[in-house]
Write a protein that binds this ligand. Structure first.
Ligand code: GUN
Length: 295
């Protein structure tokens, strides 16, 4: 079967350009430069890479980027103090605390200390509640990126059967809610799901977010399904060669049955950062009761 490669990289580049335009308008019309604060605790190598990219792209889009790097010995109360300071800082429109946090810090306490209006990750309980009652709030970046790709490549989503593999608060659950809001018939599959192959085979839209390399095989996928691969997994190194990045979907086999599929890298990954920038502009506008620009 001929498949369409869902080019997240190029879609994200266009989105970042729209965000940069919106930033420019805010700047020239209202003398506002939206600001994003990113907080990294400890030295998780993957988090370091993500944070570096977030900071670089924030600056490139014309926004202020404020970076806080704290040692992994930072106490929960010190991190809470920093979040409270950023909550009250008028120059800051968005706050992102990179996860995972060290074990001695309660992630939920930190996430819910962020002012909902500045919670550009959309992880705090008020934003989760708004999403599940179909009211506009700040939407988690990775599922928002997947939805924008689906709307662009599939068009009308209403009535489609969607299966999401993975039930995380960051991707699986908000993705399910977003697709439900689009009138899809939604199933969440997870590690305890019985006969996961058959469940997945019913999907018109299959979203894989489990963090297991090449987990989804072609036999699990309906002919003509649209497949979104959220996984970014590094395979073990072979000799001197650094391990390759692969998704949760076995691309080589699944691309024979899918009608459209995201690659890894170059699929969902770039959309996450683009949506973070978009959320920061959204937060900057909402906080001031400005109309949100087209992005
Ligand atoms: N760690 C992995 N993904 C994310 C994300 O989207 N936001 C934050 N804050 N941490 C993450």
């Amino acid at each position: 079967m001929n498949y369409t490669l869902i080019d997240g990289k190029s879609f994200a580049e266009k989105l970042v350009m729209k965000v940069a335009n919106a930033v420019n308008v805010l700047n020239t019309k209202h003398h506002i430069k939206p600001g994003l604060a990113v907080v990294l605790v400890g030295q998780n190598p993957a988090s370091e890479v993500y944070v570096k990219n977030k900071v670089r792209q924030t600056k490139n889009s014309g926004m202020n980027s404020v970076e806080h790097r704290l040692p992994d010995t930072t106490s929960e109360s010190d991190l809470l103090s920093l979040v409270n300071k950023l909550n009250e800082d008028d120059e800051i429109d968005g706050i992102l605390v990179q996860l995972p946090l060290p074990d001695h810090i309660n992630e939920n306490s930190i996430i819910n200390a962020i002012k909902p209006s500045k919670d550009v990750d959309g992880f705090s309980i008020p934003n989760v509640g708004l999403l599940s009652t179909s009211v506009s709030g700040l939407i988690p970046c990775t599922p928002l990126g997947c939805l924008l790709l689906l709307k662009s490549y599939v068009g009308e989503l209403s009535g489609k059967s969607a299966v999401i593999i993975g039930r995380s608060n960051i991707v699986g659950k908000p993705m399910a809610q977003l697709l439900l809001n689009e009138n899809c018939t939604v199933t969440i599959a997870h590690s305890k799901t019985k006969n996961i192959e058959a469940v997945c085979k019913g999907a018109d839209i299959l979203v894989a977010a489990v963090g297991r390399p090449n987990f989804v095989k072609s036999e699990w996928v309906k002919k003509g399904a649209v497949v979104i691969d959220v996984g970014i997994n590094r395979l073990p190194p072979e000799g001197d060669i650094k391990g390759r990045l692969v998704g949760d979907v076995d691309f080589n086999s699944v691309s024979n049955v899918a009608s459209a599929i995201t690659p890894v890298p170059g699929g969902v990954g770039p959309m996450t950062i683009a949506c973070l920038l978009r959320n920061t502009v959204t937060a900057a506008c909402k906080r001031r009761n400005f109309n949100e620009p087209e992005m």
